[in-house]
Design a protein around this ligand. Structure first.
Ligand code: FA5
Length: 338
């Protein structure tokens, strides 16, 4: 066995051993019980005593050198591993930071919060209702019996014959009145659903409902509350007007318009109000006696007004947005403008 070759091979093997298990394999290969050096000792048999002594010295020297080299490599590997472990949790504070993008309220939530705040300041408290609603609350108790043509005004998503996705927030009026005795001053806000889709109508949109019941309530009170609301949500002094309308659950019923937020009624070619000077913002009216009957209120004693507005519509008017679908596309170029 040529010991120079053994040495050369060993140096190559140990150079490639970068972990303790591979290093120990190298150790076994050369100085283990079945290793190269042990095999070399066995070749002694056929040598003369002199050659044997000389060969034994060389072999022992080589064995010691190999063992020393292995120890040295073992220390290097252990140190490298310790360093790697040490660096594992290391944070380089000199690297430039990653910018954290800060989100903001969705424009609809921003306006919704503003609306709730305005009515809270007028003494209305917030009432909740389910989005999956019974036919009874969404229609029947609101004086819209089955087969009543007024049901056509709401393109309804039915779940069963009796359950549906609420088409407006008015069912919360019924729930609130069944729960409490008058006087009552509540608002309700949330998602509502209709089979409706175009640039100004969305299948899911948000409404805010208002209901006030007391002994001496007049249409003029409704006008006062809504006029104050228009001033606060659009800013400045805003004229509003009532137009006769129809809802089965209010009598009389009105459609409420606000003076054009863009031109104030002064520009005949205004694209927002189309030259009419007015913008429709909500539906309202005095609570129908049939509704009071459904909830067990005495309509001889109590009077009330109710209103329902579309949050998307108010937001579109407030910010000059012309397509309702922009609210739901989650395009940051749109959302970051608010
Ligand atoms: C109602 O939903 C009545 N419940 C409002 C009401 C409440 C009247 C209390 C009287 C007393 P209407 O269907 O008009 O009414 O809807 C109210 C508002 O919701 C509309 O003025 C409009 O701004 C908004 N709206 C209706 N449909 C959609 C739609 N598909 N997408 C976005 N907004 C809509």
């Amino acid at each position: 066995m040529n010991l120079d070759y053994v040495k050369k091979d060993f140096l190559k093997d140990i150079g490639e051993a970068s972990s303790l298990p591979t290093l120990y394999e190298v150790k076994a290969k050369y100085v283990g019980r079945k290793g190269v050096i042990t095999a070399a000792f066995k070749e002694f048999k056929n040598l003369s005593p002199e050659e044997r002594r000389e060969r034994g010295r060389l072999l022992n020297e080589l064995k010691e050198w190999i063992e020393w080299k292995i120890k040295e490599r073992e220390r290097e590997i252990l140190e490298a591993e310790a360093l790697r472990r040490e660096l594992e949790g290391f944070v380089d504070f000199t690297l430039p930071g990653r910018r954290v993008k800060i989100g903001s309220l969705h424009p609809l939530n921003r306006v919704l919060r503003e609306i709730i705040e305005i009515f809270s300041n007028m003494g209305f408290s917030l009432e909740e209702g389910p989005e999956i609603e019974l036919d009874y609350y969404n229609f029947e108790a609101l004086n819209i019996p089955k087969d009543h043509p007024a049901r056509d005004m709401h393109d309804t998503f039915y779940i069963t014959d009796n359950a549906l996705l609420r088409t407006h927030t008015s069912p919360v009026q019924i729930r609130a009145m069944k729960k409490r005795k008058p006087p009552l001053r509540v608002i309700s806000a949330g998602k509502v659903y209709r089979r409706d889709s175009d640039p100004t109508h969305s299948p899911m949109f948000h409404q805010v409902e208002g209901l006030l019941v007391d002994e001496d309530v007049k249409l003029a009170d409704l006008k006062g509350v809504l006029s104050e609301f228009a001033n606060r949500i659009f800013g400045g002094k805003r004229k509003i007007r009532f137009r006769p309308s129809y809802f089965p659950f209010t009598e009389p019923s009105v459609e409420v318009d606000v003076e054009c937020v863009k031109c104030g009624g002064k520009d005949e070619s205004c694209v927002v109000c189309k030259g009419t000077g007015w913008l429709e913002i909500l539906g309202a009216g005095m609570v129908h006696p049939e509704v009071f009957k459904a909830v067990g209120y005495d309509s001889g004693k109590y009077v009330g007004f109710a209103f329902g507005l579309g949050v998307e519509r108010i937001t579109m008017l407030k910010y000059g947005i012309d397509d309702i679908r922009l609210f739901f596309e989650n395009d940051l170029r749109f959302l970051q403008q608010f």
